[in-house]
Design a binder for this molecule. Structure first.
Ligand code: C5P
Length: 233
């Protein structure tokens, strides 16, 4: 799948989400649906957005025993989504099971990516609470290797980590990177950020952009600016 900008549709209900998407008349952006919207509206919101012609990244971050994840993925694959994800910490066996569950009867499947360590987890919390004594960098690198070994397509990471991940796992291993801001805009609560064009230079395949588009006065113009910066067209 070609490099693209994914809009994080972090809305709490269908009405707000669809009103936002209604603004896009001549383009159909790739959108990310997260837990809040999915748990509020269920599979119907996925079907509705798909019907409108958008590609969908269903960001539900599954993490359970392999058999449960496999069966859950089988259900999600029927939703005609384009990308979904699991936690790499669920182990290689769980990721393999997720992948098996995703394969549809016709042999197609959505892209499957893994979350390594959440950016909200500090190295200190990792050491003290999770008893992981490796550094954050080494932990992310190991989880990326596990993800590749399980046969998944890539990981979610900071754009600043994209180049390292490509070095370790190969150029074809996808990096999906949030934490994107225009150079002249607010950081909000994000810390490790970069611009769309810089993310492209470092090696991001997909940038996930929320508030710089959803909270903009002109979301369509902001989205188009992001696409131009990221794809250079
Ligand atoms: O509004 P903003 O551009 O910060 O939104 C980024 C999106 O990416 C949000 O949906 C956020 O939950 C998600 N995300 C993130 N950092 C991660 C993983 C996901 O910001 N490590």
């Amino acid at each position: 799948m070609a490099k693209d900008v994914i809009i994080a549709c972090d809305f709490s209900n269908a009405a707000d989400t669809l009103a936002f998407l209604d603004k896009f008349t001549d383009v159909k952006p790739f959108v990310k649906i997260g837990m809040e919207l999915y748990y509020a509206e269920g599979p119907a919101i996925v079907r509705e957005i798909k019907k409108r012609g958008h590609k969908i990244f269903l960001d539900l971050k599954l993490h359970d025993i392999p058999n449960t994840v496999k069966k859950a993925m089988k259900v999600l694959s029927q939703l005609d989504i384009d990308m979904c994800n699991v936690h790499a910490s669920g182990t290689i066996e769980m990721m393999k099971a997720a992948l098996e569950g995703l394969i549809r009867e016709d042999g197609t499947r959505p892209l499957l990516i893994a979350v390594t360590q959440l950016t909200s987890t500090s190295e200190e919390a990792m050491r003290q609470q999770l008893l992981i004594n490796a550094s954050m960098k080494d932990t992310v690198a190991q989880y990326a290797k596990n993800t590749k070994e399980a046969g998944l397509d890539g990981i979610v990471c900071s754009p600043l980590e994209a180049a390292v991940v490509k070095d370790i796992c190969g150029q074809d291993f996808l990096t999906i990177t949030p934490g994107i801001r225009f150079a002249d805009a607010a950081k909000d609560d994000q810390v490790r950020i970069t611009t769309p064009s810089k993310a492209r230079e470092i090696g991001s395949d997909f940038i996930v952009v929320g508030r710089p588009i959803t909270a903009a006065t002109d979301p369509v113009a902001s989205y188009k600016r992001c696409v131009t910066d990221f794809l250079g067209n």
